[in-house]
Design a protein. Sequence first.
Length: 530
Amino acid sequence: MVGAASFRLPPRWERVGAGAGRYSGVRVHQEIEAKLAAAADAALPDLGTLPGVARVEARAPMTLEAVYFDTADLRLARSRMTLRRRTGGRDAGWHLKLPVSPDSRTEFEAPLGSADDVVPPDLVSLARARIREVRLAPVAVLTTTRVAHDLYDAAGRRLAEVSDDGVTATSLDGRLVDRWREWEVELVEGDRSLLAAVVALLTAAGGVPPEWWSKLARALGQRLPAADAGAARGSISTGSAGAVLRERLRTQRDELLVRDPLVRRGDPDSVHQMRVASRRVGSALATFRALEPERSEAVRAELRWLAGLLGAARDAEVTRLRLTELAAREPADLRDDLAIGRLDEDRVAAYRAALVELLAALESTRYFRLLDALDAVVDEPGAADRAQQSAARVLADGVRREARRLARSLRVALSAPAGPRRDALLHEVRKAAKRTRYAAETALPVAPRRAERYARRLEELQTLLGHHHDTVALRAVLRRVGGEAHGAGEDNFSYGRWHAIEQLEAERAEAAVPAAWKRIRAEGRRHWLH
């Protein structure tokens, strides 16, 4: 039985369900960097003049050999991901890089191993949402001659690394493809103000923003479509409802794919964030189904399946956190370590079972076909592309429809007597509030201030009802586990006490609902519902 001292929420307790030793050989860190193209005769400026830099140390030139792997249709590169096997330098090994923002990436590193053409299975798994069942193979070879300069502050902290790179790209059979020079700045312990200062200094010395987002993108040349090779994506037009919907779906599809490897590793909050992305995609397809009538229903059904799997793990996570808070507030003379331990074991077991099922689903053909179908809706022409109606009108109509649905569900819930049925109806209200909020978020490109204010009001109601639902779920756990404790001859006083506390929390949340709804209606009358 888990003791009282261990009943805390460790930063990565989620890993209890990920499988013993899974990804144990993979290191991860956030990479924040900037790149500039440089002419062959450009002189690197004096880096010692940078603010906060007390010392610059230049390392001996090194040669880095990298073989990049991808699918035949370059699925990783088209998603701005890279997978390489690199020798030479301080970080020789396999590197999988996932974009986070224009200057930030998550990098997963694995040892070189004995085979130079076999991608480590852990990295394959982390890239699975992008490559699915397609085989990885070498696609480019890059040789970089690097002179690295380490920037230190007065306390001896290594703030950043500035690299002067001469890059040669060759084909797999050794033919020269391209040759160029670039400057690269990567933060170590420094902040973004230093990054900006270095970029400004290098720009003054002749550095220019590159036309590609990575060395690989330039090496691939015409094999990579121009839209996927450039340093920045253009913004989509918001003139039509179809364009706005397409961009909303693309953004949330990409968020779902970004969260996939983090869920596989058991990173904190990753299950929640992936579930939110899946819900947002499904909600947009439901609210604006008239823009994608042929394809939306099947995709929505599969998104509900995925969200259900994510939700089971998330519910166990939330109830355990709530139990942690209850235990932390217990007076010393009422603290029941046996009950705390029993509940903790129950929640860990529930999370483990849910996560095992979820991870199996993420390796399934069904999941890959869902992603294929979602790609088709997002990336291939469909009804949304022919929907040239005014975005402002169509999106506002969608918000109004969802708001009316929310109002009806709230009236039904508040008229029901207290008890399980009312609890279930309030949960439906929460889902309706969430869908209305997501509809308002979709309208942000055409009505940013109005949509943001309205979405914020809806989030207040959603949060209240989310807290209410959490108490309902936890009370069910307390009744069940308390019964098991009673059957085992244990005192179950604490289970009843915690149940009463949660009941009071539910009543407080319910009492705040009418005021939250009043604020939503007032905001709606001013903007969406007139």
